[in-house]
Write a protein that binds this ligand. Sequence first.
Ligand code: BG6
Length: 491
Amino acid sequence: MGFRKGFLWGGATAANQFEGGYLEDGKGLSTADVMTNGSHTSARRITYTMPDGTKKSQPTFPFKSIPEEAVLECHEGEYYPSHQAIDFYHHYKEDIALFAEMGFNCFRLSINWARIFPNGDDELANEKGLEFYDNVFDELLKYNIEPVVTISHYETPLALTNNYGGWLDRRVIDFYVRYCETIFNRYKDKVKYWMTFNEINIMDHMPTFAGGVIKNDDQSRAQAVYHQFLASSKVVQLGHEINPDFKIGMMTAYGSTYALTCNPEDELKLMKSDQQRHFFSDVQCRGVYPEYKLKEYERLGVKLEKQDGDDELLKNGTVDYIGFSYYSSSVVSSDKNKTVTDGNMSTSILNPYLKATDWGWQIDPVGLRLALNRLQERYNLPLFIVENGMGAIDKVEEDGSVHDTYRMEYLARHIEAMKEAVEEDGVNLMGYTPWGCIDLVSAGTGEMRKRYGFIYVEKDDNGDGPLTRSRKDSFYWYKKVIGSNGEDLSF
Ligand code: BG6
């Protein structure tokens, strides 16, 4: 009973949110590097310059298209949280030692594409960038921590956006394949678990995050994600050729959704919302576009530009497992007058049965069990919860301690739900990596105060702070959870 032997316990991060060193050792800019900070009430902005020199910016959410002639770049006087983030670039030994102390046997991180190919379309890889990840992987392996690598986590090289329009251009597929071939060959004996795109379904409403795309219309988003599907399929096949032991997964943002009432119209709304959520996993797990999406494209007048051999490629490059993030659930209604709250990247009608975090994300452990079952029933593939957690404001006591009972409570209830899904429902779950195991920059708001970590990092929303690391109460708790393979959740 309980979690299997060798269950993967760890934590999750992304390069643009924790690495810093944004121009060090030959790294190029990525889309994340031109995103300012924001807050719960004001969205992060993307900064750009028009041909006449006018400096402008555009909120990331809700996102309107940026003019094609604009050049995305950093502006003086703006604060860009990714530039230093929490400086894992220079703290990786210290941070990995702390992960090892908690008993991690895996750690999820992303490779920053622009560290390896600074412009995205370069012929040759940046050796210094490759060396950095060699060092990180070696350090992890020294402690028997298995790296779990996201190949692209909101980190499209900026030059691909400025010169090609990001994933809207089919040539980007080849650049991505070159990047993957390089990292697969280089790290084939160090990394076994890969994911091709973080939260690929974010393309639905945040195309710049998801693919460096600045045009936000139905046709552009559909075409861009089509290219990502093809690229993912290509590299799944390529990866298996390079090392047949590779496990290459997809990654989707997933939450359970409920109908507000048993009014059949609400149920219909729920069915449609479920289709939207499953579209990305349907393609990546089944290798074919679902009928409901093709009909939707017809209605919208979306026409995918395809080439011979594409259908076969999609069919032959389905993924080995499903990685997903789960933070909260949502509610839909056919009544257009129902108020939807904005929680940065996560919007929903309020569920009267649930409490929410300070950022309005509704807390729903049962929803995680439902999610695991739905994915298992639909695809029958191994599942990996690669993000989960609650963003919260932590109070540091005079002695430096952080009594984060709310975090332990949230995680304990979700681990319980996972356990029920495994023990009672027979779900095939590979592992669990809570998000932001060390405090890092929030993707949605750019804040530091929205903290997820077991490890506190001293830095504020203005970018000030000595970056000192310290253990919160949840650090010791998670260590006990891992040590008991999820049996002891008490706090
Ligand atoms: C997911 C992303 O959307 O949620 C992460 O994959 C992100 O990059 C996480 O950080 C939590 O969201 P936020 O906005 O609280 O950082």
